[in-house]
Design a protein around this ligand. Structure first.
Ligand SMILES: *Cc1c(COP(=O)(O)O)cnc(C)c1O
Length: 364
C-alpha cells in the first residue's frame, strides 16, 4: 500500500459538486476582482471567528507583511518570534525592516511563553506567536505580556483555522490575526489566498487601502500600497470550504486520536498538546531521534511523510548575516532534526491511517 502525505484531490472530491458550482458561478458572473464573492467571504469568516473585520488578501505571507506594515513596524523595531516558525512568519517582519528576536520552543513545540519576557527590550514593538500544527500558542501568558509592556500582538494563524485557547478563537486575541488559505491548510483555496482579521476599525481600513495600491477611490492613492487582492474564484471556493471547516477539523481530530491511541513504539514520541487548547491538527507531528532511518523505513513501506521544518528560520541561508548557530535554540534545533509529519487530511481512508500505525509499530 502507498500512503501519500496529502492528496488534495480527495479533499476536493469530498465537496466536488459545490466547489464546481462556486467556480462556475464566479466565472459566469463576469466580475473577477474585488466583488461580491470576496465581500461575502469576508463577512462570513469574520462572523465565524466573532471579529469585526476580515480583509481578504492574496496570501498568508502578504497578510503578515501587511499586518506589520499597518502597525507601523519599521527599521530598528524588534518583534518577538518563535525560533521554530515557518520562514513566512519571519518574512512578515523583515519585509518591513524589522528585526525578529527569536524565542525557543517549549515541549509542546510552540513558542515558550515563559521565555519571552527576558527577550523584551525598549526596542520591542510586537509579539508574533505562530500557532503551529493546528494548536494555539499559550495566549493567556502572551496576552499578559502584551498588556504589561504595551506591545502589539500579531497572530500567525496560517495553520490553525478554528483552533481555540480557553474557548477563544486563535486570531482574535490581539491586534491582527493573519490567515493563509494555501490549498493544504485547514481552510484552503484552490490557489493562493490569505486574510487578516481584526477588531480595530483603523487597522482594517489601512489594510484595505494597502491591498489595493493604497487607494479606496480609483487613482487616489492615499498611502504607498501593493496589490494583494483575493480573486473572486478563490473567495467562492473559500465560502464552500468555510461551511465544512468545523467538519474537517473534527475529522482530523478523530484521526489524531487514532494515531495517539494506536502508535505504540517507544522510539516514536508524540508531543502533548496544551490542556487549554482545542487543536485542529493541521499536521500530526511525531518526534524520532533517528529521523533519517525512520523516514527511509516508512518510505520503503509506502508511507510518505513530510518534515515541518528541517531548517528553522534563524539558520536559513537568507538570514546567515545574523550569525545564529543551530544550538542557539536547542528545542527548535531538536524539533528540526527529529520531527516527522504523518499523513492527516480530510479524505484519508481509515485503512491507510491504520496501515501507517501498523508500519510505525513494526519499526525497530
Ligand atoms: C503557510 C504558512 C504561511 C504562509 O502562507 P502563504 O499563504 O503560503 O503565503 C505563514 N505562516 C505559516 C505558519 C504557514 O504555515
Amino acid at each position: 500500500m502507498v500512503v501519500q502525505s496529502v492528496v488534495l484531490k480527495r479533499m476536493f472530491d469530498t465537496h466536488k459538486a459545490e466547489y464546481e458550482e462556486a467556480v462556475l458561478r464566479s466565472l459566469n458572473s463576469g466580475w473577477y476582482i474585488l466583488g461580491k464573492e470576496m465581500e461575502e467571504f469576508e463577512k462570513q469568516f469574520a462572523l465565524y471567528l466573532g471579529v469585526k473585520h476580515c480583509i481578504a488578501l492574496n496570501s498568508g505571507t502578504d497578510a503578515l507583511i501587511l499586518a506589520f506594515r499597518a502597525l507601523g513596524i519599521h527599521e530598528g523595531d524588534e518583534v518577538i518570534v518563535p525560533a521554530n516558525a515557518y520562514i513566512a512568519s519571519v518574512i512578515g517582519v523583515t519585509e518591513n525592516g524589522g528585526t525578529p528576536v527569536f524565542v525557543d520552543a517549549d515541549a509542546h513545540m510552540e513558542i515558550d511563553a515563559d521565555a519571552i519576557e527576558e527577550k523584551i527590550t525598549d526596542k520591542t514593538k510586537a509579539i508574533l506567536p505562530v500557532h503551529l500544527f493546528g494548536q494555539s500558542s499559550r495566549m493567556d501568558k502572551i496576552v499578559e505580556l502584551v498588556r504589561k509592556y504595551n506591545l502589539k500582538l500579531v497572530e500567525d494563524c496560517a495553520q490553525c483555522h478554528g483552533s481555540k485557547f480557553n474557548g477563544k478563537y486563535a486570531g482574535t486575541f490581539g491586534d491582527i490575526g493573519c490567515f493563509s488559505f494555501y490549498p493544504t491548510k485547514p481552510l484552503g483555496a484552490m490557489g493562493d489566498a490569505g486574510a487578516i482579521v481584526t477588531n480595530n476599525d483603523a487597522l482594517a481600513e489601512k489594510v484595505c487601502l494597502l491591498r489595493n495600491y493604497g487607494s479606496k477611490t480609483k487613482y487616489h492613492n492615499e498611502i504607498n500600497g501593493v496589490n494583494s487582492r483575493m480573486d473572486e474564484i478563490q473567495a467562492a471556493v473559500l465560502k464552500v470550504g468555510l461551511k465544512y471547516l468545523d467538519d474537517g477539523n473534527e475529522i482530523r481530530k478523530v484521526m489524531a486520536l487514532k494515531y495517539k491511541n494506536g502508535i505504540k513504539n517507544p522510539r516514536v514520541f508524540i508531543p502533548e498538546k496544551y490542556a487549554e487548547v482545542e487543536h485542529v491538527y493541521h499536521l500530526f507531528p511525531v518526534l524520532v531521534e533517528d529521523r533519517d532511518s525512520f523516514q527511509k523505513y516508512l518510505n520503503e513501506n509506502g508511507v510518505r511523510t513530510q518534515v515541518h521544518y528541517p531548517i528553522p528560520p534563524y539558520v536559513a541561508e537568507c538570514y546567515s548575516d545574523w550569525g545564529y548557530g543551530w544550538s542557539d535554540f536547542p528545542n527548535a534545533e531538536s524539533f528540526a532534526k527529529q520531527e516527522v509529519s504523518l499523513p492527516i487530511y480530510v479524505g484519508l481512508p481509515n485503512e491507510e491511517l491504520q496501515y501507517v500505525i501498523d508500519v510505525i509499530n513494526n519499526y525497530r
